[in-house]
Write a protein that binds this ligand. Structure first.
Ligand SMILES: C[S@@+](CC[C@H](N)C(=O)[O-])C[C@H]1O[C@@H](n2cnc3c(N)ncnc32)[C@H](O)[C@@H]1O
Length: 230
């Protein structure tokens, strides 16, 4: 299990966000998922909901991909959840209603960390911001308070997105974010107002970004206020 992302609290939160922001609203949506991990968040949300759409997942980690595909088989979900062992960034653009992800968001000086595939660039926001540059109409993504969250909200706005909905979970620094090299780097980012946390806790936000044409409200200011409040 060591080389597969493992953080049940975070994965469950992501699963609930998918359920509330996607599956319940658009029961026949086509979705693309970046970084499926062992597939458990999507699988458990599919098992809890009647969903007629399809989710195309991308996962670079071979072992995670194998585990995910065997669980998908076990639950007879092969028509609803399909995972490729490749990077979304290297695939030709897939049309979809939603892009969803609990993306790699660890900030660090370089990718030589416990799990290099969790590296989110020097400020932690690089991959998230890249996902918000792909042009999908609706994007559901987890945003961490220690990964330069203001840059993500600004980047989303520059790319024509508003924040339609969000929910916040306080989380304790875990195995990956407590690695000394990562933690020290996060402490540095905090001095530059690029990381927000208090003691052992940080915030993880599940955010629904929608292109301005689709949105009804814009909660960008509320999200900025909430996620930087620690
Ligand atoms: C934070 S984990 C989330 C895993 C799972 N979605 C969950 O919430 O439990 C991020 C995942 O993204 C994968 N990943 C990183 N870079 C990737 C890329 N370029 N393409 C596809 N997957 C990638 C990692 O291997 C890791 O499994």
């Amino acid at each position: 299990m060591k080389d597969i992302f493992f953080c049940p609290e975070e994965s469950n939160f992501y699963s609930n966000c998918l359920e509330n922001f996607v599956l319940r609203n658009s029961s026949d949506a086509e979705c693309v998922e970046f970084g499926s991990g062992d597939g458990s968040p999507v699988i458990s949300s599919l098992l809890r909901n009647k969903f007629e759409g399809v989710i195309h997942g991308f996962e670079l980690n071979d072992s995670a991909c194998k585990v995910a595909n065997s669980t998908i088989d076990e639950y007879n979900l092969t028509e609803k959840y399909v995972i490729s062992n490749s990077s979304l960034f290297e695939s030709s653009h897939l049309e979809a209603d939603y892009l969803v992800a609990n993306p790699p968001y660890l900030p660090a000086p370089d990718e030589d960390i416990y799990m290099p595939l969790l590296f989110g660039g020097v400020d932690g926001a690089s991959i998230t911001n890249e996902l918000l540059s792909l042009g999908y109409e609706n994007v559901v993504v987890l945003v961490s308070s220690y990964s330069n969250p203001k840059s993500t909200i600004d980047h989303a706005k520059e790319n024509g997105y508003s924040v339609s909905n969000f929910t916040i979970l306080p989380l304790k620094f875990g195995y990956y974010s407590s690695e000394p090299k990562v933690k020290k780097h996060i402490e540095e980012l905090r001095k530059h107002k690029m990381a927000f946390y208090s003691g052992d806790y940080y915030f993880l936000a599940g955010v629904l970004f929608q292109k301005d044409s689709a949105r009804e409200v814009d909660l960008s200011n509320e999200l900025t206020q909430a996620i930087t409040s620690l």
